[in-house]
Write a protein that binds this ligand. Structure first.
Ligand code: FAD
Ligand code: NAP
Length: 560
């Protein structure tokens, strides 16, 4: 087989693409990764802003598929910083000799299905054309940074930075007047670090976020040894918990709405002391009842009021018009305390909107702020943005971006009807961004590898009806939760004109895994292989354990 004839073309060399390549190679298949960047790491290659680190604990935010790798790698902190995660990914790529099959600095611009040959033609920005039986889009959920257009930007005489495309050589803000636009996770991580260097720091906030303290610390060797001794069981446990990490399964049977408020606060206090993303997994009704959720929301607001000295600033930092957890929960290290420093200030751009960028800085409706640097921490065109940039054409030349104009349509988040032999790793309508992404990536990569093995020289694609039912099921589950009550990137709200659809699957990581396994075990139910539809049909509700007590709470919420 020549270099331009592949079994599988993989797009992207982050956690997803690297494991995909390793897995396919072990099956004896010829696979190549095409990566736009000049190194491996994906998210951790591009997001080098100060303070970038994981918000799932490092011992769990790492691959589980090689025991020696798991045992030999030493994480330094509970939530390790970006340079260490990038070192880890490079270590994996070198240890498994993956780089020889990666084409760096090569962006895939188009993938066209050739129905006569049953192959994909993959086109790169270097003008190269490659033919592959299968394509795996390992292009990431958060890999297209969103840079909103502000009028007058070209006039600015200082420097501008985007958190998702941070300069590799780093930025020294010492002595500078810095403006940061945005208050999502990237801003919450970078603001405390930038404040340490800057002469002044002004933060422009549109929507305040809920942040839980990380209580980050160096990992002590004893804890590491304990985890490593029991790693297998811990990984199994993570796969069995709602969001794919230990502590994400609801711990208590009782409903918060049926308990004395003091008891709920006591529990939240314990979780606050523990820190991190397990905070919301206290009671089963936190994610569905606005009343239960408000107990958590008010608890967090009180903590913000305790941490921020100036009452006016504290109130501005308190989210009040959406449920806790409905926008991606943030994990912070001294974020709120940063606003107690004299040289740090907060501007509410709802009260005084940004009118334009000027030669000197940012002009709001009442003030012109002068800056040496402006940092845009304005997020991503999530889930679909990166795929939309690739000219993907399936049967009869249909474009994926046109098919998805009113929102993504997939079966299980793994494939889209009319686009045979093209897989998505952590695609829309799979648990993806709602989970520990490494757990979800591994599950998808393993499922896809097995599927490619099973299909062999054939062709697999989802049935339109199965896809439609899966999308409806995904939407139904989302509508049972409080997620749609926030404007968030989960729903495409951050990108003007993007259709409002909840883009991840909320039925739970273990339930979802069981559905995917069942589908494979039942002759790829919901798919057609070589034109023959499988006989079996997936009923997702059979896999979910619906807590009947929550139904009246949902009805009550809907009625209100
Ligand atoms: P990515 O890492 O996004 O890699 C995709 C790759 O595809 C990129 O390198 C990109 O250059 C390449 N690519 C895209 N399009 C093309 C193209 N057309 N041609 C060639 N190459 C292309 N998740 C968690 O679970 N826990 C966390 O703590 C966490 N922290 C995060 C912190 C930040 C700052 C961000 C942005 C995300 C975080 N995430 C986290 C989500 C994170 O994206 C995933 O955990 C994971 O790293 C995704 O890996 P991936 O390989 O699927 O995608
Ligand atoms: P984000 O959560 O989407 O935050 C973007 C911020 O920019 C928001 O505050 C948003 O305000 C603001 N913004 C966007 N457009 C704006 C405009 N035109 N004018 C003014 N403000 C604007 O993006 P992110 O912080 O990069 O995080 C994205 C996701 O990546 C996270 O949710 C998480 O999943 C992942 N991540 C994880 C970590 C981690 O802790 N490990 C760190 C970074 C990122 P609105 O809220 O009003 O839209």
């Amino acid at each position: 087989m020549s270099d331009t004839e592949l079994d599988v073309a993989i797009v992207g060399a982050g956690f997803s693409g690297l494991y995909m390549l390793h897995r396919l190679r072990k099956m004896g298949l010829k696979a190549t990764i095409f990566e736009a960047g000049d190194g491996v790491g994906g998210t951790w290659y591009w997001n080098r802003y100060p303070g970038a680190r994981c918000d799932i604990e490092s011992m769990e935010y790492s691959y589980s598929w090689d025991e020696e790798l798991e045992q030999e790698w030493e994480w330094s902190e509970r939530y390790s910083p970006q340079p260490e995660i990038l070192d880890y990914i490079n270590h994996v790529a070198d240890r498994f000799d993956l780089k020889r099959d990666i084409r760096f600095s090569t962006r895939v611009e188009g993938c066209h299905w050739d129905a006569d040959a049953n192959r994909w033609t993959v086109m790169t920005d270097g003008g190269e054309t490659v033919s592959a039986r299968f394509v795996v889009m390992a292009t990431g959920c958060l890999s297209s940074p969103n840079k909103p257009d502000f009028e007058g930007e070209a006039d600015f005489e200082g420097d501008t930075y985007l958190t998702g495309l941070w300069p590799h050589e780093g930025v020294d803000f010492t002595g500078q007047r810095v403006g940061v636009i945005g208050t999502g996770s990237s801003a919450i991580q970078s603001i405390p670090i930038i404040a340490k260097e800057a002469a002044s720091l002004t933060v422009f906030q549109r929507t305040p976020n809920y942040a839980i303290p990380a209580h980050n610390h160096p990992l002590d060797p004893e804890t590491v040894s304990e985890v490593k001794a029991d790693y297998h069981a811990i990984r199994d446990q993570a796969r069995e918990e709602a969001a794919g990490f230990v502590g994400s399964k609801t711990e208590h049977e009782e409903l918060a709405t049926e308990l004395p408020p003091e008891q709920v606060r006591e529990e939240l206090e314990k979780r606050w002391a523990r820190g991190g993303l397990t905070f919301m997994a206290s009671y089963p009704d936190m994610g569905v009842s606005l009343k239960a959720n408000d107990m958590a929301a008010e608890f967090i607001r009180d903590k913000i009021r305790d941490r921020v000295e100036d009452p006016e600033t504290a109130e501005l930092l308190c989210p009040k018009d959406y449920p806790a957890g409905a926008k991606r929960m943030c994990v912070d290290i001294h974020y709120y305390e940063t606003f107690n420093q004299d040289h740090v200030s907060l501007v509410d751009i709802n009260a005084t909107p940004i009118e334009r960028i000027t030669a000197k800085g940012v002009k709001t409706s009442d003030t012109e702020y002068a800056f040496d640097s402006i940092v845009f921490a304005t997020g991503f065109d999530a889930m679909t943005g990166t795929l939309a940039k690739i000219d993907i054409r399936g049967r009869r030349g249909a474009k994926l971006s046109e098919k998805w104009e009113a929102g993504p349509l997939t079966y299980l988040g793994l494939m889209s009807a009319g686009f045979p032999n093209l897989f998505l790793v952590t695609g829309p309508q799979s648990p993806s961004v709602i989970s520990n992404m490494i757990v979800s990536i591994e599950q998808h990569v393993e499922w896809i590898a097995d599927c490619i093995g099973a299909v062999g020289a054939g062709v697999i694609e989802p049935l339109e009806q199965a896809e439609q039912e899966w999308v409806e099921h995904t939407n139904l589950i989302a509508s049972m939760t409080v997620y749609p009550y926030a404007k968030s990137w989960y729903l495409g709200d951050n990108i003007p004109g993007k259709p409002r659809i909840f883009m991840a699957y909320l039925g739970g990581v273990p339930q979802y895994r069981r559905m995917c396994d069942w589908v494979a075990e039942n002759g790829y139910a919901g798919f057609a292989v070589d034109g023959s539809p499988a006989n079996a049909k997936l009923d997702p509700m059979e896999f979910l354990e619906v807590d009947e007590r929550l139904l009246p709470l949902i009805a009550e919420r809907e009625a209100a």
